[in-house]
Design a protein around this ligand. Sequence first.
Ligand SMILES: Nc1ncnc2c1ncn2[C@@H]1O[C@H](COP(=O)(O)OP(=O)(O)O)[C@@H](O)[C@H]1O
Ligand SMILES: [Mg+2]
Length: 512
Amino acid sequence: MEETYAVEMLNITKRFPGIIANDNITLQLKRGEIHALLGENGAGKSTLMSVLFGLYRPEEGTIRMNGKEVSIKNPNDANALGIGMVHQHFKLVECFTVLDNIIMGVEPCKHGFLQKAEARKKVVALSEKYGLMVDPDAYVRDITVGMQQRTEILKMLYRDNEILIFDEPTAVLTPQEIGELMEIMRNLAAEGKSILFISHKLNEIMAVANRCSVLRKGKYIGTVNIADTSREELSHMMVGRDVQFEVTKKPVEPGKVILQVENMTVASKLHQNKAVKNVSFQVRAGEIVCIAGIDGNGQTELVYGLTGLEPLESGRILLEEQDITRTSIRRRSAMGISHIPEDRQKHGLVLDFSLEDNLVLQRYFEPQFTGKGGFLKRRNIREYANHLIEQYDVRSGQGPVTAARSMSGGNQQKAIVAREIDKDPELLVAVQPTRGLDVGAIEYIHRQIVAERDAGKAVLLVSLELDEVMSVPDRILVMCEGEIVGEFDPKKTNVQELGLYMAGAKRGAEQA
Ligand SMILES: Nc1ncnc2c1ncn2[C@@H]1O[C@H](COP(=O)(O)OP(=O)(O)O)[C@@H](O)[C@H]1O
Ligand SMILES: [Mg+2]
């Protein structure tokens, strides 16, 4: 007998200017399953989910639910059919409470009066049933990203959605929150909800999904049962070739000190106390030093201080023995610091500029890009941009003239990495350089970072990903509550030990 699926997307084609984002894709979702959707950046995952959620109308294809064709022209149609979506970037009102966000648009009313007590009861019951603890009266602006995500999930459940779409939900979470989200998804599926789960992370998919469909460059590659597959098979399907998970590198040969940080203290914008407290360390030529820690322990402010985005309260920064403590951002860049920033949309790109203009952002004034009269040499910029786009495989609809805003997050990231590494810096400060990237791109970026180190550059890597912390650097410094609490050789430590230091349960004596 033929199985009736909860949702079937059949032969979906969706085009954008210059690109077929979904090329004849078929996806079948069983009731009560967790179905992963895997693919590189720009593979077309978000587009396909946006078609299901009624944000895009496909040029071709049909959608069936429980065997019957349905028409989904907008998110209201989707909602009426029981389809809900948690977007990659949340869509909450920051100055509303959790409860108000959840009931927004479907406020229960009787005789024209809002029945908030009833709404609250339902929300509390739902959060208990699925293990989604969150304070309904807290303001969204005051709660963590993990809690905001729970609010989004409760929004779907409050609307009695049966089909739940999660677009890269783990990209913004800490390892602990990821574990909790997986548990929540399992609970939801056990209650009969059908889940579409987008992720790049093979470990997560292997841990939580029942089946996985793979897209590559807008095309459907196949669907496999998780029980019958492996990380290797999935990554091969995703990238179209074998991927090496291990980072291979030569033994470290540190040279002279490139970066010297002495007693750095940086104030916190968010809190009363100091974000970075009296921190000292060095990075030498030819080594990769990693600052590891749980998000929010001063790593951001440490990098702001280093790159000039925030002044130091006290302490000194020396770059190749020159004091740059009060040097401007542009001057630091010219002196040889490259920065792959944590917030790529805020500090990495000018979203309204084209890709090519973004690629010369800190060097458009160099003679190769600006002529004597002060005019930009557009042809040289175009040539240079094309070279980087090809070398770093930056995918976009219209190449160098694509608006940065319209590019997928992963490709925005690749563009920044290309620009910062190609500047040939003495010191590369890379903050979460592979966040949100797929295995193929991660492998590539890790190789570039190791190549910089092998070329005698100093690399300061700031990472929240334990896999990255263990595999890429030559030295690990753990940061906790604004201080460096331990220094480790990645070959002589393990994730458990690092975790204890990150959580503040242990402190080391062997500080740098
Ligand atoms: N609104 C849009 N306008 C133009 N191009 C888009 C738009 N949304 C996505 N694209 C392009 O479609 C392709 C697929 O994007 P997307 O579905 O976001 O990929 P994924 O979610 O798998 O990373 C990408 O090349 C992206 O640049
Ligand atoms: Mg996406």
